[in-house]
Ligand binder design. Structure first.
Ligand code: UDX
Length: 435
């Protein structure tokens, strides 16, 4: 199948490479010429395991190419729209300018019978509006939300746990679903469930899923606050309630909370849209979810102050982790950088290190001090903060680290270390929600 993918960010670049892997002939399109050049060269402009190999393979096979010219989308049978929907500056609502521009630009290049497939996360009602704008083209709009996780994006795209098609009513919708089934023939042959809905449901599925995940994390972090007030251990609590199949252990890791380019902005945009629809009360709990999440960051700084004897002014602090989660170089709304920045502003000498995200972090928070070297970061530190659970940090040896630091104090912002092991090696170990 001939496919175009408009927007080659995290979502689109991975989608384009994976569609080529599935055997389709793909052109990836983006307005950023530098990005296009890098992708065509097999160098994704962000860190994503497995993607460089997939890009090189696709380009070498001749099935994958990239272009900065949207006219190259003409001739494709299926067009995937994968542009970003960031939070509007100073508002909760999503900024739809990239979605609107992409749909407007693409309109001139679609042919009768084409499928235009929206994958971006949008406020419910957007697909209906865009479908109306495409009337007269004889192309059909489908809403097919994407659920990929950064760090597992290739696997999540090649082997999704479900496919959702939001289609128009009647024969056009049925034909659209058949065509999309051809595109996804391989994952469908693996038994991936496919759910066909109307536009509104498909758009809501995505934000409902992300709201649920955010709520699950904030729930356990609220329990962490209770644990802190009572001397209980939130990790044992999560293990115990997680054994109940109805609850499940996944996404119950208490700590510094969620960040990244999706969960925070998606729950806010969802609240904004609910307000427009006159049902803001239905989502008022998401305000609390957001507030619990943001409170963890402040609590982390308070904890740092506590273990430093009441003040962090002038203290040499090593922050391990800048990415919003491991296996990513994405620093958008990174809890780790938020904590580092607060401590820096409050007078600590902070050095941030990360296996992949230093460059991106430096661009976003140029005032912080960075090093690519773990050794340099921890040298003579009076306090270590583990804020992103990269494997190499989880596996740190407290005895070996003892000689390098000035003071053996560690805050485990992700509840991934063994407190007994660290304490036995003479460290002051503290964590969120643990005694
Ligand atoms: C998320 C959704 O998982 C994905 O389905 C959607 O398509 C996009 O948004 P992503 O942003 O890549 O994906 O990250 P995810 O793995 O969901 O983690 C989000 C944040 O939650 C991270 O900051 C992570 O550290 C945090 N988290 C996750 C916790 O604090 N505790 C947990 O138990 C799980």
């Amino acid at each position: 199948m001939k496919i175009s993918v408009i927007g080659c960010g995290y979502l689109g670049a991975v989608h384009a490479a994976c569609m080529a892997k599935l055997g389709h002939e793909v052109v990836g399109i983006d307005t950023d010429a530098a990005k296009i050049e890098a992708l065509a060269d097999g160098r994704p402009p962000f860190f994503e395991p497995g993607l460089p190999e997939l890009l090189s393979e696709g380009v070498a096979s001749g099935r994958l190419r990239f272009s900065a010219d949207i006219a190259e989308a003409a001739g494709a049978r299926v067009h995937f729209l994968c542009v970003g929907t960031p939070q509007k500056h100073g508002e909760f609502a999503a900024d739809l300018r990239y979605v609107d521009a992409a749909f407007t630009d693409l309109r001139q290049h679609v042919n009768a019978g084409d499928l235009v497939v929206g994958k971006s996360t949008v406020p419910v009602g957007t697909a209906e509006r865009l479908a109306a704008a495409y009337e007269g083209t004889d192309a059909t709009l489908v809403w097919n939300p994407e659920f990929l996780r950064e760090g597992f994006a290739v696997k999540d795209t090649l082997h999704p746990d479900r496919l959702v098609y939001g289609v128009p009513e009647g024969a056009a919708g049925e034909q659209a679903a058949e065509l999309l089934d051809e595109v996804y023939a391989r994952p469908m042959s693996e038994g991936t469930p496919r759910i066909i809905t109307d536009y509104a449901t498909a758009q809501l599925v995505k934000v409902a899923a992300n709201s649920f995940l955010a709520t699950k994390i904030s729930f356990i972090n609220a329990m962490a606050e209770l644990c802190e007030a009572t001397g209980a251990d939130v990790t044992a609590l999560a293990d115990a309630i997680g054994h109940d199949d109805r609850i499940g252990r996944r996404f119950l890791n208490a700590g510094l909370g969620f960040g990244g380019g999706c969960l925070p902005k998606d729950i806010r945009a969802f609240m904004a849209r609910a307000g427009e629809l006159g049902v803001d009360q239905a989502l008022s709990f998401l305000r609390e979810v957001d507030a619990i999440n943001m409170r963890r960051r402040v609590r982390m700084v308070d904890l740092a102050r506590e273990v430093c004897g009441g003040s962090i002014v002038g203290r040499k602090v090593a922050v391990l982790g800048a990415a919003f989660k491991p296996n990513s170089d994405d620093v958008r709304d990174s809890p780790a950088l938020n904590v580092a920045e607060q401590m820096n502003l409050q007078g600590a000498y902070v050095t941030v290190t990360d296996p992949e995200a230093v460059e991106n972090a430096r661009r976003r928070f140029p005032d912080l001090k960075y090093t690519e070297s773990f050794e340099d970061a921890v040298e003579d530190a009076e306090l270590i903060l583990l804020l992103t659970e990269w494997k190499e940090y989880v596996e740190l040896d407290p005895t070996a680290l003892s000689d390098k630091v000035a003071q053996r104090r560690i805050l485990d912002g992700r509840n991934v270390l063994d407190p007994a092991r660290w304490r036995a090696a003479g460290w002051t170990y503290r964590a969120l929600g643990r005694p």
